[in-house]
Design a binder for this molecule. Sequence first.
Ligand code: TYD
Length: 200
Amino acid sequence: MKGRLITFEGIDGSGKSTLAKRVVEHLRGDYEVVFTKEPTQTWIGNVVRRSICSDTDSLVELFLFVADHAEHVVRIQPALRQGKIVISDRYSDSQYAYQGALLADRIDDPIGWIKQIHDEWTIKPDLTFLLLVDPVVALTRCARKRTKFEEIEFLGKVQHNYLRLADEEPERFVKIDAERELDEMEEEVMDKIIKYLGER
Ligand code: TYD
């Protein structure tokens, strides 16, 4: 049996990490679930985190994120082969949305180009929850742990990119209004996952 890959995406402060963790706890009672994230908890992920905290060039940073994604894909493959449900807090759509925004003034159609880099080897998620929130609200939420990617205008561009990705693949993306209470979001996401797993 083939496993399932479910990802959570959204701008910083959208609440996706907390929601993803809750969903994992919920599913664990009934399914074999593996929880993972990008940047990964590997030495490559550490390099990525180091680049986030410095003024690394955006193109260099893209390739670090892509290397980390390649490492991630290798690591989740066995679990998927074993039929497990892999839940990831960020995945390749983060590269398309974030690095797509950062490289917009240097590369024609950056999202298309970054997707092409991934095409031959990545594993596409089966289902992606996209948490949508006003960047102003998002920034207030993450005021305590700002990274260099967190400013209103930039997060607006990233969210715009996410929405474009969702428009391109409406069957994969589920848009979630992330300005609501966590409990409400969790209920909606759990409903969708249970329905999806029931249909497979
Ligand atoms: P984040 O998920 O917020 O990590 P943490 O849980 O450690 O805070 O990711 C860190 C930052 O990196 C965040 O601002 C989004 C950015 N990012 C990219 O720009 N591209 C990517 O491909 C990924 C995975 C993250």
